[in-house]
Ligand binder design. Structure first.
Ligand code: ZN
Length: 469
């Protein structure tokens, strides 16, 4: 969000990968006390970024398009055409990546049989291709990247016509696969899940099936990066836009009445965990990428539309939608045809691979940073009514070497001020910061400088449900 920041905010920009300097352990709040990402973090993320290959992304999409249609209701038995062949090919690629890392990836099909008229008129197997890279120290904390493999044309029930779906959403699946290839060469504390979903165009079924699977596994899902339509830069009005939009909800989709009551009382309408995940990605782009910028959109999805992040947030998981900034509607959900000089259809010529590579880099670096950082503090609380100061306290996060306490004006879209607190502390008092006038949050930072997302104070912003009392 570089371009829209004021000078004041830029000077004290949030840090997603952050180093604690020995000199910065003072307990006196110092607005802007954060440091740039340490060199080791910059180098580790740059090496991931550098391995993302445009040629691979093109190869994946060419192969997906070669299956003719990947409609959810298409043939599932053919080896050359239809959604079944496409899904088995993704799984075979995941297995190749797993073989290259000594069996580090668990590859599986996560599926269910769905009947859901009108778009799924008869019982249909909806099968997701999933690869899991288990975390080394905190394997139950899970970061998911997903895109949808299924495609469609004008009639949502037409499962025989060619539906290349090069951008919607072979681009998202390609980002998933290339992230899997690069990240599976490394080890992370938390678990990474790579998923190519089906049934999206017929009613978000694959996302719902994966969400149910995550619940059944008891995963603590920290983040879901839903990549859907991430490969085009040329909009309808001859505009070119190289930014990536990240859509996030401000109020939890699964908000319970007790949490809603707290939110109405003390605020938090723009601080669901998904929103702070989106801000985290914005900071990753600002700190670790050049010539590529995030546009934060404070909505759960584009106006009146949906995607596979929706079943995830409905299940209580922080999930964002990652989508290009300049959509081209002559290519989405269209029969392949020429009409009045306009070529309709989602063909591979509409994919900008340089751009898709940048989107993939942002995803892969975000996953690596999240999986290398400690968990966000479990509970963040604030006290200080009718006082000149605000006390911020939190539950210790395993592996945290320090914390960053953030505050911002209630009208500011991004975090503004911060103070560093040593890892031995679980509270700090912000002198002359009146609790009424600011929003507060805390992030946990590892010894090597990886930071969790900022967690907004209170249950409204909790990434994970609070422990039973
Ligand atoms: Zn889509």
């Amino acid at each position: 969000m570089r371009g829209r920041r004021t000078l004041k905010i830029r000077n004290i920009a949030a840090t997603a990968a952050f180093g604690l300097l020995a000199a910065c352990t003072s307990m006196v709040p110092q607005p802007g006390a954060t440091q740039p990402a340490p060199l080791a973090v910059k180098q580790a993320l740059a090496s991931i970024s550098g391995e993302i290959s445009e040629a691979n992304l093109r190869g994946y999409i060419e192969k997906m398009v070669s299956f003719g249609t990947r409609h959810t209701l298409s043939d599932q038995t053919s080896d050359v055409r239809g959604i079944g062949a496409a899904r088995r090919w993704v799984e075979s690629e995941f297995r190749k990546m797993g073989a290259a890392c000594g069996g580090c990836l668990e590859v599986m099909t996560v599926q269910d049989t769905i009947t859901s008229p009108p778009r799924v008129p008869s019982p249909t197997v909806i099968a997701n291709a999933v690869a899991i890279l288990r975390g080394t120290t905190d394997p139950n904390r899970v970061i998911i990247i997903q895109g949808h493999l299924d495609s469609r044309v004008t009639d949502p029930l037409d499962f025989t016509s060619d539906a290349p779906g090069a951008n919607d959403d072979a681009s998202g699946v390609a980002a998933v696969m290339e992230s899997a290839r690069v990240l599976s060469k490394r080890k992370f504390g938390a678990t990474l899940v790579f998923a190519a979903l089906s049934g999206e165009e017929q009613g978000l079924h694959g996302g719902r099936i994966l969400a149910a699977y995550a619940k059944a596994q008891g995963w603590d899902v920290l983040a879901v990066l839903n990549n859907d339509i991430v490969g085009n830069t040329h909009g309808l009005a001859a505009t070119v836009d190289n930014r990536i939009r990240i859509f996030s909800e401000g109020v939890r989709s699964n908000e319970e009445e007790t949490i809603a009551a707290a939110r109405r009382s003390v605020g938090g309408e723009v601080d669901a965990p998904a929103r702070n995940l989106a801000r985290y990605m914005d900071v990753i782009a600002d700190q670790h990428m050049t010539g590529f910028d995030v546009s934060l959109v404070y909505r759960r999805d584009r106006f009146g539309r949906g995607g596979d992040q929706v079943p995830m947030v409905e299940a209580g998981f922080p999930a964002v939608r990652v989508t290009e900034a300049a959509e081209n509607y002559t290519r989405q959900h269209q029969d392949l045809r020429n009409e009045n000089g306009i070529a309709y259809g989602d063909v591979i010529d509409g994919v900008d691979f340089q751009y898709l590579a940048q989107v993939t880099r942002l995803n892969a670096m975000t996953m690596a940073a999240l999986a290398s950082a400690p968990r966000p503090p479990l509970e963040v609380k604030i006290d200080g009514a009718v006082s000149a100061d605000t006390k911020v306290s939190w539950t210790a996060s395993p592996g945290a070497a320090s914390y960053v306490v953030w505050w911002r004006e209630t009208t500011s879209p991004v975090w503004q001020h911060s103070v560093v607190v040593p890892g031995s502390e679980t509270s700090t008092t912000l002198k002359n910061v009146v609790i009424d006038d600011w929003f507060f949050g805390v992030q946990a930072v590892s010894a090597d400088g990886y930071a969790s997302p900022v967690q907004f104070a209170g249950v409204v912003g909790a990434f994970f449900p609070p422990p039973p009392k």
